[in-house]
Write a protein that binds this ligand. Structure first.
Ligand SMILES: N[C@@H](CCC(=O)N[C@@H](CS)C(=O)NCC(=O)O)C(=O)O
Length: 212
């Protein structure tokens, strides 16, 4: 299998996929697109992903977009080590954790959304900061409770899952944006536990070919 990941070192969505690839021990080539230079909007990259977003994974047989779809594909073609629990109910619950981040949190503070707030609605830095903290806080409040119900050593149970693939980049993002995490001790502890694992270390934003 020859895999090429289109990403960006600090992209949370690409980072999720990097964790999945590293967890499963899969090699891949990296093609960085500098979001600060809007390289993801180039005509060339739009032929890869018409949404002009990273990540995109070229599988050799076709291009996949959307980080959760990519992680699900990885799970199907390379089931071990698993990123989803075995039990159907638990699988849906782990997916729900991941989707809370990927569908209901991250899109609200994505680059293009923050740019639109600044350009179209003339929001200043303080207003953008309040916006980011509001949506990360709302999501993490719910996830802190979900971890109390379903979590263990990791976000869902005692092994890393798709939930941790999404949690780790989101915690990084929260810190980057100066969001106070004191109300989320379980999430912070799980993030620290993930940070000790080699797969998570390889996938970290600070370890990429395009990391400044
Ligand atoms: N739902 C998509 C989100 C992808 C996404 O928003 N990627 C961001 C980087 S984390 C991006 O490319 N942003 C560029 C922009 O906003 O123009 C996924 O999970 O893959």
């Amino acid at each position: 299998m020859s895999l090429t990941l289109h990403g960006y070192w600090r992209s949370g969505a690409a980072w999720r996929v990097r964790i999945g690839l590293a967890h499963k021990g899969l090699d891949y080539a990296s093609v960085p697109h500098d979001l600060r230079l809007s390289e993801q909007t180039s005509p060339d990259y739009r032929t890869v992903n018409p949404q002009a977003l990273v990540p995109a994974l070229d599988t050799g047989a076709g291009v996949l977009t959307q980080s959760l779809a990519i992680l699900e594909w990885l799970e199907e073609v390379c089931p071990e080590p698993a990123l989803l629990p075995a039990d159907p109910l638990a699988r849906a619950q782990a997916r729900a954790f991941a989707q809370t981040i990927a569908c209901d949190m991250h899109p609200l503070h994505n680059l293009r959304v923050l740019q639109a707030l600044r350009r179209d609605l003339v929001a200043d830095d303080a207003q953008v900061q309040v916006w980011i903290a509001r949506w990360i806080g709302a999501g993490f409040s719910a996830l802190e409770q979900q971890v109390a119900r379903h979590g263990g050593l990791f976000a869902f149970g005692d092994a890393p899952t798709i939930a941790d693939c999404c949690l780790v980049p989101q915690v990084y993002s929260a810190r980057r944006f100066g969001v106070d995490l004191v109300a989320f001790p379980r999430l912070v502890a799980i993030d620290a536990r993930c940070a000790a694992l080699p797969a998570f270390q390889r996938a970290h934003a600070n370890q990429q070919v395009d990391t400044p």
